[in-house]
Design a protein. Structure first.
Length: 528
């Protein structure tokens, strides 16, 4: 395949007629598509699996392209665009340097459905690597030393010995490698030995990887990946230290982190024990539950927002299944702390940034416009001119103009009623309702009806009722004897609830003492 001057070699491991996703496998430094032959076929029962050789590796001929991390990331991105089936989600699977390149390719792209990092190249948590690691990096990343090392290895080591060296570097027990797979790696090493002109590209790739990992920007690149991330890392990796993966898991708590005990990067060539886990963790399609990054600081941690772009019923069902408490629901989303993001992503939520999350919420018609100190408490389905809508109760200290104004007045154990609901008052009315002075009443909420879809003023809905209220001291018996207009009377709360039924506005009765004490209520859970 020709891509912008490079003749790219790639392998299709196959897959079902209608795959759940296409997995694009990206090898590491000094690797090739052969690295994926051990477990690529394990995933073809549900996914279409392909792999490509990067510039300077395998059978890909560079042409006019370079072998830097950025250039190879551009190559992967072009490769995805060239072969992806229409409408099929794409998951990038990167090993070692290929993980870093896959992160660069996925960063900022909303059409990448997932990223799997297998012993990926990650920045070290410390400032200075150990001397042994510095020496090993110099063998590959300093161009003159790297070219001399490549020439010497080709001159004095056989392909079998080179493959053995690679496996010993990557694995604790080389004997577990399948002999057929070992033979395929030897054949790849023999082909590579016939092309010494690729040595400068290999050195360029190694140098670029080292420079990228040393630059602070690499952390921003990993953070910009919108797709869910599954990170699998071996505890005995001698190329990328396990501590780097631990630091990345702490830095990006929304990632899913799986430890391969005793493993190193050669897990990519013989990972039969991890194939089922990867199959189970790769993102499914379609995804309708979304979560952004935790940036809002409160209560000693940072918080993210969990939404659905289909329905609130789906959001509540997902939250209940994932163990998110109902009290964390706020109008159109759940507030979740940073330490819960990883499990939520593992349960099926897809990560995105805040701007994309808001766009999806608005496009779904579920976005609830909020003002300061205003919160949705409850809602129920409704119909406006044969159009689906919702009737909502909001708790709010804002004064609004509405066709009707109702006064919610309660005491310690009673509620003021007029028939089957709160008494209606006129704006500017200075009458007394017992000990309650209408003129001194404070806004406590409003009821509006809002279409499920629309934009502008239509999306904001129409206010039907404004609620004012107050809490009077003492029990019901102390309120008797107060002059009341005709039809207005006191009733104990239990009797009042039975008489009124289960109206939507009753949530304001329950919250009224809190509203009077502090205008920042705890969110309730909508009905629907």
């Amino acid at each position: 395949m020709m891509l912008s001057g490079a003749d790219v070699h790639w392998v299709d491991f196959g897959g079902p007629a209608t795959p759940q996703a296409m997995l694009v496998c990206v090898h590491g430094l000094n690797g090739s598509t052969v690295n994926w032959e051990g477990w690529g076929p394990l995933l073809t029962d549900r996914f279409r699996v392909v792999a490509l050789d990067l510039v300077g590796h395998g059978s890909t001929r560079p042409g006019t392209r370079s072998a830097t991390v950025a250039a190879n990331a551009e190559l992967v991105s072009e490769f995805v665009d060239a072969i992806r089936p229409a409408g099929a989600p794409v998951v990038l699977v990167g090993s070692s340097m290929g993980g870093l390149i896959s992160a660069y390719a996925a960063a900022g792209r909303a059409d990448i459905a997932g990223l799997v990092l297998v012993n990926a190249a990650l920045p070290r948590p410390g400032r200075v690597p150990p001397m042994a690691e510095l020496a090993r990096l110099a063998l590959y990343s300093v161009p003159p030393i790297g070219r001399a090392n490549a020439w010497g290895r080709r001159r004095f080591r056989t392909p079998e010995q080179l493959v053995n060296d690679l496996f010993r570097l990557c694995m604790r027990d080389v004997s577990v490698v399948d002999q057929e797979l070992f033979r395929r790696h030897v054949e790849a090493a023999e082909r590579r030995a016939r092309h010494p002109e690729l040595d400068p590209y290999f050195a360029q790739a190694a140098q670029s990887t080292v420079l990228c990992l040393a630059a602070p920007r690499v952390r921003q690149v990993y953070a910009r990946v919108r797709a869910p991330v599954l990170m699998v890392h071996g505890t005995h990796d001698r190329v990328i230290a396990y501590t780097a993966a631990q630091a990345a898991a702490d830095r990006y708590p929304w990632w899913t982190f799986v430890t391969a005990h005793g493993g190193g990067p050669a897990r990519r060539v013989a990972p039969a024990d991890r194939g089922g886990e990867v199959r189970g963790r790769v993102v499914e399609s379609p995804v309708t539950i979304w979560i952004d990054r935790p940036v809002w600081a409160a209560h000693g941690t940072t918080w993210a927002h969990l939404i659905s772009d289909v329905s609130l019923a789906e959001l509540h069902e997902f939250a209940e299944r994932a163990g998110v408490p109902p009290r964390s629901f706020d109008a159109d989303h759940y507030d979740v702390p940073s330490h819960r993001i990883g499990p939520l992503v593992a349960s099926g939520a897809r990560q995105t940034d805040a701007a994309d999350l808001v766009r999806r919420l608005r496009g779904s018609g579920l976005r609830v416009p909020k003002h300061k100190r205003e919160r949705l408490l409850a809602w129920e389905p409704a119909v406006i001119d044969d159009v689906p809508a919702r009737r909502e109760i909001l708790i709010s200290p804002r004064r609004v103009v509405a066709p009707r104004t109702l006064a919610i007045v309660r005491c310690a154990d009673g509620l003021l009623l007029n028939g089957g609901g709160p008494p209606q008052v006129e704006p500017g009315n200075h009458a007394q309702l017992g000990a309650f002075d209408v003129a001194q009443a404070q806004p406590v909420g409003r009821q509006r009806i809002r279409p499920q879809h629309g934009s502008g003023a239509a999306a904001r809905g129409r206010i039907e009722i404004a609620f004012i209220g107050a809490v009077l001291p003492g029990p019901v018996r102390e309120q008797h004897g107060q002059p009341l207009p005709g039809g207005v009377h006191w009733a104990e709360v239990g009797a009042a609830r039975q008489r009124c039924g289960d109206p939507l506005w009753w949530v304001l009765v329950d919250r009224l003492p809190d509203v009077q004490a502090a205008p920042g209520p705890t969110p309730g859970r909508p009905r629907g």
